[in-house]
Structures are given as C-alpha cells and as structure tokens.
Design a binder for this molecule. Sequence first.
Ligand SMILES: O=C(CO)COP(=O)(O)O
Length: 135
Amino acid sequence: MNIALIAHDKKKQDIISFSIAYKHVLQKHNLYATGTTGKLINEATDLRIHRFQSGPLGGDQQIGAMIANNEMDMVIFFRDPLTAQPHEPDVSALMRLCDVHLIPLATNLAAAEITVRALERGDFQWREIVKRTKA
Ligand SMILES: O=C(CO)COP(=O)(O)O
C-alpha cells in the first residue's frame, strides 16, 4: 500500500512517536511524506520515505496529485486544529480529494491507530481491487 504521512509542526512529535510504535507495520509499505515530516520520521526510525516538498511549499498538493491519480491508499495527516496555516487552502484541498476518491484519512493519533491496526489485519485489500478496476 502507498501511505502518506503528514504532520503540522505542533503534531510532529506525535507522528514521530506513532511511526516508532508502528514501524513494524509501516516498513512493509511504500511511505510518502511532506518534506519536514518525512525527514524527522526518517531520522527517528530509519524508515525509507519518499519525501515531497514541505507542506507550505506544495507538498500537500503533490500528495493530492497522487490521490487524484489513484496512487495513494491511505493518508495519515496529524493536523493542528488550533493554529492557522499559511497554506490552509492546500490542506483543505488534500482532505477534499481524500473524500472525492474514498481514500481513508486519519487526522489524529486516535484515528491513525485504528487505521494502521486495520492495515495490519489486512482490511485494506479492497484498495487493490479498486486500483485494478480503475486501471
Ligand atoms: O504543512 C504540512 C502539511 O500541511 C507539513 O509539511 P512539513 O512536513 O514539510 O512540515
């Protein structure tokens, strides 16, 4: 599965802890991230991650493009709901595309834990079927 990992600055520690805790699951998949998030996760876990631009510089849009192309299977995006983001339109666009294309989106640690456990259990096999039928 192709998985995107993204976190706003005040949630970076959360996504690092999450990635350490679920490294055994995440390492079996293709990982993508916005620039700074990917760098920090890689430094903390050694997980191989394809890094896009930093979010404010277009990283959210690059991940959005993968969603639009049916190339992303899951998005874990730890948003900071209490801080205004200069690139808020990009953040909204990314979440909108998840809804347009039925891509599971976890926007906080609690939802991410449930999602990644479902992934571990094999609950995401339906994505392979969707990808085959849309190809
Ligand atoms: O701003 C972000 C998502 O909207 C995250 O970007 P960085 O991972 O580059 O900090």
